[in-house]
Write a protein that binds this ligand. Structure first.
Ligand code: AMP
Ligand code: MG
Length: 506
């Protein structure tokens, strides 16, 4: 937006979603706040987009990113979506506290969604106040930065804004904030469920065509040389399945538990999205759950691949009429066409997870002995209640040539068993420099540990102290090496610091 006083223009000048059919979104501006200010600006992300921070730090920028602006020419929208929440279908969810401002154009010509989260009520708010707490925004900021640092596809946090307003949560008034979130797309499985329920086949087709044009141009039969799938919608579905399989494998390989893998929280471009009660595990347990609302352990660490599949089946149900024109008379053929992409999901997940595990262990041989060792590795880590990140970091350091394997050995409860395990690993491991490099790339030294994230939130909310938030957001950018100043961040929680449950804290 050009204003006479501003030297640098607002880079958010597009609104691609306006080309979608009416009914899939509502034009609605963010709601004004009392006293807007900029709490944190992600300079590295701006640099990554090839943008200068000047406008974002200007009064115009701050007002634009908090709801205190005349958006007449901008067309901010809230998007509708449905979703299966913990397995139960909710037909009407949608952006209840989020506004899509539009897209910014990066230095290399890409368009990136810029969405405010916590920016006031919308037609989809139901009973909610449309606001977010500072704690929830800090959590999304740190987890999304950690994900990006781990090179896992993710939505990002461009800025954290203070509203100057308080919001009521659990009978207490707490500081309100807005997350400025960026993403390749905000289309979710739930967006397709919504389009299907509201507009039927034509709505799904419009959304699928939009997704192909914007994010999956390669699946368009007319636009490419070779094509395995005659039907571009089958090809689109398969491409989505493949991205999702890789994403979930990557989450699991760093001990991440999303916590709320409802269909409305699954992005169709394969980015991690909506970090609520998510967590990186400290000590490894395959069926670990943190989320206070996941009472039946539906979204446990080891359930995530199954749930991804289940969600993709829900997506497939909306795609079926596009797979076969005669779907209304006979659905069998369309259902059959969905099978290959769903099978691809399983194959890709298994391969990615297994390859990743081998990379983490630095064992590249394909002998029976090596396979047995790899398959027994995680059960051993679990049986010893070892810290997931510390174990693989210590292993990597030994592979990198640390003479002293005490840190690794000390993670085993029984020294003799530990020595045996390490000796077996040495006999099987690939000591080539490529393998050792690959191990480090797969094994971060730092993760966004629950107790540290919770401490950063408490410091900011209760003492207006952002020192730990700033430290963590810097350190997590490069989680593969630790400076002396940050060595304490590698520590697992003391018993009294352990976080057993995480909350939405919305
Ligand atoms: P989430 O748990 O963040 O994925 O949100 C689930 C649904 O609840 C989405 O439709 C959100 O927009 C909505 N929602 C969450 N918090 C609020 C709030 N404070 N006000 C309005 N809607 C909300
Ligand atoms: Mg959500």
């Amino acid at each position: 937006m050009n204003t006479p006083n501003n030297k640098v223009d607002n880079p958010i000048q597009h609104q691609v979603y306006l080309s979608l059919p009416d009914g899939l979104y509502s034009e609605v501006p963010p709601v004004r706040v009392e006293q807007p200010s900029l709490l944190a600006l992600n300079h590295d992300l701006l640099a990554h987009y090839g943008l200068s921070p000047e406008w974002f730090e200007s009064a115009d920028g701050i007002h634009f990113l908090t709801g205190n602006h005349d958006y007449a020419s901008q067309h901010p929208i809230a998007m509708g979506y449905a979703g299966h929440q913990f397995g139960h279908y909710s037909p009407q969810l949608g952006d209840g506290r989020a506004h899509m401002l539009g897209q910014l154009k990066t230095g290399d010509g890409q368009f990136i969604d810029v969405q405010l989260k916590g920016s006031g009520r919308t037609p989809y708010s139901r009973g909610g106040d449309g606001r977010a707490t500072l704690g929830a925004v800090i959590r999304e900021y740190l987890i999304s930065e950690a994900m990006a640092g781990l090179k896992i596809p993710t939505t990002r946090t461009l800025a954290m804004m203070s509203t100057g307003d308080s919001v009521m949560r659990d009978y207490q008034m707490v500081p309100g904030a807005i997350q400025v979130r960026t993403a390749t797309s905000h289309i979710r499985v739930g967006s397709f469920q919504y389009a299907y329920a509201k507009l039927g086949k034509s709505g799904v087709q419009a959304l699928a065509d939009f997704l192909i044009t914007q994010h999956y141009p390669d699946v368009d039969v007319d636009g490419r040389d070779s094509c395995d799938n005659e039907n571009k919608y089958v090809a689109l579905f398969e491409a989505i399945c493949v991205r999702q399989a890789n994403l979930i494998a990557q989450w699991m390989l760093v001990g991440f538990i999303h916590g709320v893998m409802n269909t409305d929280n699954m992005s169709l471009v394969g980015e991690s999205i909506d970090f609520g009660p998510c967590a990186f595990m400290d000590e490894f347990k395959a069926n670990k759950v943190f989320s206070s609302i996941d009472r039946e352990s539906r979204y446990a660490w080891d359930q995530q691949a199954n749930i991804g599949y289940w969600n993709l089946q829900r997506l497939a149900e909306t795609f079926l009429p596009l797979f076969d024109d005669k779907f209304d008379e006979d659905s069998d053929n369309a259902i059959e066409m969905a099978q290959a992409p769903l099978s691809a999901y399983i194959t890709v997940f298994q391969q990615a997870f297994q390859d990743g595990l081998k990379q983490k262990l630095g064992v590249t041989a394909s002998t029976q002995d090596a396979d047995d060792f790899i398959n027994e590795a995680l059960p051993t880590v679990a049986a010893e209640s070892m810290d997931f990140t510390q174990f693989f970091d210590a292993l990597t350091r030994v592979a990198q040539g640390d003479e002293d394997d005490t840190p690794l050995l000390s993670l085993f409860s029984n020294q003799e068993k530990g020595e045996q395990w390490i000796a077996r690993w040495h006999s099987l491991r690939d000591s080539s420099s490529e393998s050792v490099k690959a191990m480090r790339a797969a094994n971060p030294a730092l993760i966004a540990r629950n107790h540290q994230v919770e401490q950063a939130i408490e410091d900011a909310m209760e003492r207006d102290d952002f020192a730990l938030f700033n430290r963590l957001s810097q350190a997590l950018k490069n989680p593969y090496s630790v400076s002396d100043d940050n060595r304490d961040l590698q520590a697992a929680p003391m018993p009294e610091q352990r976080v057993l449950r995480t909350f939405c804290g919305t």
